[in-house]
Design a protein around this ligand. Structure first.
Ligand code: ADP
Ligand code: ASP
Ligand code: MG
Length: 402
């Protein structure tokens, strides 16, 4: 079998943990498999590197930022190769460019275009475990790029897809995918399996256990994935196309996204073309918006509110303020102390009861809902950040503990 194993930052944080990881890798190798390993930077390394850049400048060049951030993963793979060699397991560490990980030039959030498995194949043929730096690639100018925070998962799935691996294992600091983040909801349950679609929705709604683009790739290429613990050796959660008993389960999980903010434009004219004027400005600035709410204001006016990534808040506010006269609004309200809570599940199609259960749980916990959005397999509500913990537990109780 060809197995791709990925270990996250906390799993490789220090020498002792690296040795444990090397033990897991060595076992897979000794069982007769070809093993390709993708590693993240150790512990908080990536955050520390971002902080170092901030000490120098508040507006670093994106190219240099990626040059800096890509260093973290290099440390992990070299150290892990040494740990394996120390155990008598032949191994070699390779950077993104050495495995032909070609990306576009969107520094900080680059997308993989191609991957050349040749070098990895040659090393495997020599009987070596191949350790690849996650999260990085090179663009057409042969400059370093990074794939976005949490992107090592996507490196692993890309390699698994290209090399037709039999399994892509994502080792992390929890035992699998749970019905909610087990750190926030102590009663969260581990799922045996989950569909790509549900996992993609959970990850996109803020469940950071998997990079959402890794799930997208896994679905597209049919890569079987397993999320499991690097601390306890037991089966984790299988992510695949179809799961058993899909019809019986209404929802598979609850996710929360704290990295969002809301902008409200108050006192817009109530006439055709207003929404276009507002969102045209944001589109021009390449700012993504998520939930949108249009509501009736006073004296023939209307208000438009929308959510966006917290990191884009100031950029969006400035762009809109610059166009205040052209758009024609009274003032802007912003709120960055909000969060989006989503319940996700393929089984909620044609089950109107799910929304009511969600609202009932929030009502009984005295949590105010500010916006609502629904799709075939999820319902999201916008709530105040300080109510998020209580809300998560109340909603989890309603769906999974009653
Ligand atoms: P790694 O460094 O291994 O990539 P991450 O921190 O990116 O790990 O992801 C693992 C974390 O994801 C867990 O520690 C957990 O707090 C969080 N998480 C959020 N939602 C879920 C969920 N539904 N199931 C499991 N973990 C979750
Ligand atoms: N080291 C990178 C990050 O912290 C990538 C990853 O861990 O997946 O975001
Ligand atoms: Mg991660």
């Amino acid at each position: 079998m060809l197995i791709v194993q990925k270990f996250g930052g906390s799993s490789v944080a220090d020498a002792e943990k690296l040795r444990r990881v090397a033990g897991i890798i060595a076992d897979a190798k000794k069982a007769g498999n070809d093993v390709v390993v993708v590693l993240s930077a150790q512990g908080d390394t990536t955050d520390d590197l971002i902080a170092k850049a901030a000490e120098i400048t508040s507006h670093p060049s994106k190219r240099e930022m990626d040059m800096l951030l890509a260093t973290g993963e290099q440390i992990s793979i070299a150290l892990c190769a040494m740990a394996l060699q120390e155990m008598g397991v032949p191994s070699v560490s390779l950077l993104g460019w050495q495995v032909g990980m070609k990306t576009n030039s969107d520094y900080g959030n680059a997308r993989i275009k191609t991957m050349d498995p040749e070098r990895i194949r040659r090393e495997l043929e020599q009987g070596r475990v191949v350790l690849v730096a996650g999260f990085q690639g090179i663009n057409k100018h042969e400059d370093m790029t990074t794939l976005g925070r949490g992107g090592s998962d996507t490196t692993a799935v890309a390699i698994a897809a290209k090399m037709h691996a039999d399994l892509c294992q994502i080792y992390t600091d929890v035992e699998g995918v749970y019905t909610a983040d087990p750190r926030l909801v102590p009663n969260a349950r581990k799922l045996k399996e989950i569909t790509y679609d549900e996992m993609l929705e959970l990850a996109s709604m803020g469940a950071q256990v998997l990079h959402n683009r890794s799930v997208e790739l896994a679905k597209r290429y049919g890569v079987p994935m397993e999320v499991l613990s690097s601390y306890v050796r037991k089966p984790g959660t299988i992510v695949k196309e179809v799961t058993k008993g899909m019809e019986e389960t209404k929802i598979s999980g609850i996710a929360r996204d704290d990295k969002i903010a809301r902008i409200a434009l108050v006192g817009l004219k109530d006439e055709p073309g207003i929404a276009y004027k507002v969102f045209r400005v944001l589109a021009r600035e390449k700012i993504n918006v998520d939930l949108i709410l249009q509501s009736i204001g006073r004296n023939d006016t209307q208000d438009i509110s929308f959510t966006l990534a917290k990191t884009e808040l100031e950029h969006a506010r400035a762009a809109l303020e610059a166009e205040q006269d052209a758009i024609g609004f009274d003032h802007i309200n912003v709120n960055d102390k909000i969060c989006k809570l989503s319940v996700v599940g393929a089984g909620m199609i044609n089950r109107p009861g799910v929304a009511v259960l969600l609202f009932e749980a929030l009502a009984s916990a005295q949590v105010n809902i500010r916006m609502i959005s629904t799709s075939e397999i999820k319902i999201s509500v916008l709530i105040d950040a300080d109510a998020a913990d209580v809300a998560m537990r109340a909603v989890h109780k309603k769906f999974f503990e009653e």
